[in-house]
Design a protein around this ligand. Sequence first.
Ligand code: HEC
Length: 289
Amino acid sequence: MKNYFPSYIRVPLIFFGVAGLLEYVIDSGDMPAFVKHPEVLGVLLLLLFVLIAFEVSYAAIGSLLHKVLPEDEKAKLEAAKDEQPVWVQNLLKKLTRSKKIEQEQDIVLTHNYDGIRELDNVLPPWWVYLFYASIVFAIIYAVRFSMNDLNQIEEYNTEVVEAKAAFEEWKKTAKDYVDVSSVTVLTEKADLVAGKQVYTQNCAVCHKADGGGSIGPNLTDDKWILGGGVKNVFTTISKGGRPNKGMEAWAKKGLKAQQIQQVASYILSLQGTNPAGGKAPEGEVWKGE
Ligand code: HEC
């Protein structure tokens, strides 16, 4: 394999090339693909690992060959190294302005500390340009940041207000989204079946399969500790009961708003079923919203 580029150019070239390609191919809205899809980040890290492992072993093989190869083979290898296209050679030369090993005598400094000597290399231009670029960036950044009439907190607040307005707007058309202000009792069979499933999986342990109650209160009578009606029941299930009573905030435990609406509707459909062995009613009679 011809070795056109040194590894410090080859590795970033391949890495950012692939990263850019993934970014282009994967549709991730206005977020970078590797933020939205963690597996992309995984793939990129793996790629980086493989590239580095390859470079390391390539270098190791190179130095091993150097030790074992006869002189004339070595010379051939060296010659092959210089086979980079002229523009690459020129570009590298421009970017590094490095001296060939044979010319090092010209730039070696006079001091000599126990045999340790120093080369008076110029700063590599790629580094100097980066340095100038960072100065320019710093000036633009400082000006924009400190002479802006908005500070970060105000900017944040405006964006929050905008986001809230956009959310309200979105809620008007979003079909599956429910919150306390829009929640209603669902009566479709499919919703009640889904609600029953959520109930059996998560709630029956404490409220009993028929809603008669054990650790948690009876859900079939008309008395409620935390308020009846779909809005209160929705809130109780989402945010939990009183502290340390054992009723958790199910929105935090992963139930979606729609599932909570379904299970709340299912519970309300149990009203008046009066299951055998049910717990005595607790709380106040709920008289409508
Ligand atoms: C670990 C036991 C436990 C589990 C699991 C549990 N609850 Fe409860 N639940 C309770 C307790 C205890 C209360 C009483 C809370 C209080 O007194 O503040 C309660 C209260 C309630 C209330 C209010 C009753 C009232 O009288 O106001 C509703 C509604 C309710 N739970 C629904 C559910 C639903 C739906 C689930 C499943 C998603 C569930 N619970 C899971 C223990 C539990």
